[in-house]
Design a protein. Sequence first.
Length: 370
Amino acid sequence: MRNGANSLQVPRFVWRRARLVARCLLLALVPFGHAQEQPDMKVSTETKSRVISEVLKQLRREYIFPEIAAQMETAIRSHAANGGYADIMSAQQLAERLQSDLRSVSKDQHLEVVYSHDAIPIENANQEEKINPERAARIRYKGGLVNYWFKSADVFPGNIGYLRFDGFFPLKDGGRDTADAAMAFLQHTSALIIDLRQNRGGDPAVGLIILGYLFDERVHLGDFLSRPDDSKNENIVSPHSPGARYSGDVYVLVSRETISAAEGFAYDLQSVRRAAVIGERTAGAAHPAFEYRVGEHFMLTIPTSRYVNAVTGTDWEGTGVAPDVSVPPDNALHMAELTALGKLLKGQPDYPFIEERKRALQELQKEATK
């Protein structure tokens, strides 16, 4: 049985909007769960107090839901007053404990407290990082080394297109040509399977490029609502040239490892009925998040905005994207092929290579009985 999603380590990205003033996490190209091990260090009572105070200050100022920020502050102050952090002498343990306590209240997967053995530089008053040209060049270079997280573009028997990408690389740093080339290669397939089962999100601009091939008119998918600057940014798909439009049915594969912008891609397509979503319920991390320095060796990731889909009036935070067809992730690709071929055989009886399509379906059906 063709699977398509192996155990390849993939990046952990967070969804971002450029207008928000903060240091974006998209610049890190470290595989999720495999950050380099680093030495721990002892923390003093004074350091713990300063870190906790700064965490709470940033939450009050930036967190998307002020009422939940207040609840988190109450919980953290209660833990501190009752000696909950008194015995912690490890910087790593302090970060882990604060994150656990914050998430126990917020249930927010984008909320993180991270310890860094290397000192974190102080940026400007708005904590906005200025990327120098040399570092930007390194980011672009590393993006090329991983093909901007595009993993596969293929044509399966029966003229079924398959596209897999495992992250939404920051478009300003490269990848537009790769996305366009993949869609050009798949343009004449009869149905398209987009595999996001291992996709951890990133810059939604990449998704908009791909979505531009799937629509023949401008579509308002939703709005990003930002707390820090009280702004609203529309999420609109603009179609590419008419000759580039992909007109076939679309199937999006998801799993619990599908997170953030990857969830948004599936959610938006599902909401306007442009794609069928197949697999298992996704992670449920919808809120764009940014990173703030809260101490010389501590960084806080805060969701600062939320997304409101134009059809549903909400997002997938905490609930995930519910698939249209629920199957184990390892069976999702097989199910998508079966569904696509079955529909094509009924809808295109005069297809000149229909025998090939019938054989492809028969092979898949045989595999399903093994």
